[in-house]
Design a protein around this ligand. Structure first.
Ligand code: PMP
Length: 426
């Protein structure tokens, strides 16, 4: 085998067990282990299809958790990244691509005048919160239940057992770090007003996913982002939008363009790099000041390496030169939403469907209209056996791309209908 120099195990299950021998938990991201019933070990991917080690081809609507707006292995993007590797991809020195990539982001995202590049959403978010605290001089942070901002000490949290102070999100985290966080339910206007009334003078920053995309898709309630913008401005807190999912996805300029609310700091990743590991955080020149003076600290050997920047220029140039891209993705999303709803109706099952543009969530519901996680997993497993892959956990949305055709969506909906009809009722 030219990829691994080992013989591929004969089945997905055997391959997964084989990985487990030397990779702790079988994955390098806890997110990938959630809900797995039937392991799927990938051999390759292109367009909207993945091929597994058994040679099965599946239509994928998870799409690597969202980066591939043009599908897997898009030639225009991957050729440029490959070309950059041939020119040296990491020198630890500035490159013309720094200006080109940052310039494109600043041109397309309303809230960004200046930025820094990083390697992952987690890193960029951790740095953005630190920068906000440096700018405001206040450590207290307001966050929202269910919003995922990566796995840093700064931001990984479990919901509050009582009151509004959440707990550290997992074993090994420093309990005190969580004391600097208040957490309230998403779209809860009264809770936000209460926090500002009680803690407005201490609040350094407010952070949210402007469209919640980690508990299914939950759009902002009308006026909610505007309220966050108004109160943060009044009280001198920094408003941070985590646009890791929504950036270049729900509109060219992200959720801030779609909803017309511009934050002080924006965090981007996923679509920006077309699947290459790259992220960014940025805002006005004023808010970036602690990094202009180097008073605040952000660094990284790999941050903004030349290949990552080439991935950004390739992707954003392609996005900028496709005038109908977001209209097309909206239409495809609407088509998929309609087909999924039809499939559920035809199968006589109750599903919750939510969508913003090309991001769609679908969750099986029980008779009491609560999300039926076990049932959803069973439906997912049945779909996977029939050649359609979405995430087994209903919190993870579907991400459509220009590589998905309406015929692909019809296939997905047909498979979903059969699988819904077959799954046992809760
Ligand atoms: N923020 C959001 C909204 C995300 O969806 C994710 C990843 N799914 C992250 C942050 C973390 O990004 P990364 O995994 O690149 O650290």
């Amino acid at each position: 085998d030219t990829i691994t120099n080992v013989t591929a195990p004969p089945s997905n299950k055997a391959a997964y067990d084989h990985i487990h021998e030397v990779v702790a938990g079988g994955v390098s991201s806890n997110m990938r282990a959630r809900g797995v019933v039937r392991p799927l070990v990938v051999e390759s991917a292109s367009g909207c299809r993945i091929r597994d080690v058994e040679g099965n081809e599946l239509i994928d609507v998870n799409m690597g958790y969202g980066p591939h707006i043009f599908g897997y292995a898009d030639r225009e993007v991957t050729d440029q990244i490959a070309d950059q590797f041939g020119r040296g991809h990491l020198t630890g020195l500035p490159h013309r691509l720094d200006r080109a990539a940052a310039g494109l982001v600043a041109e397309l995202v309303p809230g960004i005048e200046q930025l820094r590049f990083a390697n992952s959403g987690t890193e960029a978010l951790m740095s953005a919160v630190r920068l906000a605290r440096a700018t405001s001089g206040r450590p207290l942070l307001l966050t929202f239940e269910g919003h995922y901002h990566g796995w840093s000490e700064t931001l990984l949290r479990r919901p509050a057992p009582e009151g509004d102070r959440p707990l550290p999100g997992a074993a090994g985290m420093i309990p005190e770090a969580a004391h600097h966080t208040i957490q309230v339910p998403w779209n809860d206007t009264a809770a936000v007003e209460r926090v500002f009334a009680e803690h407005g003078a201490e609040l350094g920053a407010v952070i949210c996913e402007p469209v919640l995309g980690n508990v299914g898709v939950v759009p902002p309630a009308p006026g909610f982002l505007e309220l966050l913008r108004l109160r943060t401005r009044e009280r001198g807190a920094v408003l941070i939008f985590d646009e890791v999912i929504t950036g270049f996805r729900v509109a060219r300029g992200g959720a801030q363009e779609r909803y017309g609310v511009v934050p002080d700091l924006t965090v981007l990743s996923k679509v920006m790099g077309g699947g290459f590991p790259v992220a960014a955080f940025g805002g006005s020149r004023e808010v970036m000041e602690p990094l202009t003076t180097y008073e605040a600290f952000h660094a990284g050997v790999y941050a903004g390496n030349h290949a990552a920047l080439r991935a950004v220029t390739a992707t954003l140039t392609k996005i900028r030169s496709a005038p109908d891209l977001y209209g097309d993705l909206e239409a495809l999303g609407a088509y998929a939403e309609a087909r999924v709803r039809e499939a559920a109706t035809a199968a006589g099952r109750n599903v919750l469907v939510e969508r913003v543009g090309s991001v769609l969530s679908m969750a099986l519901l029980d008779d009491a209209s609560a999300v039926d996680r076990a049932g959803h997993r069973a439906v997912q497993t049945a779909c996977q056996q029939r050649g359609v892959y979405f995430h087994p956990v209903p919190d993870e949305p579907w991400f459509l791309s220009t590589a998905h055709t309406t015929q692909d969506i019809d296939t997905v909906a047909g498979v979903l209908k059969e699988s819904l009809a077959q799954a046992p009722a809760a």
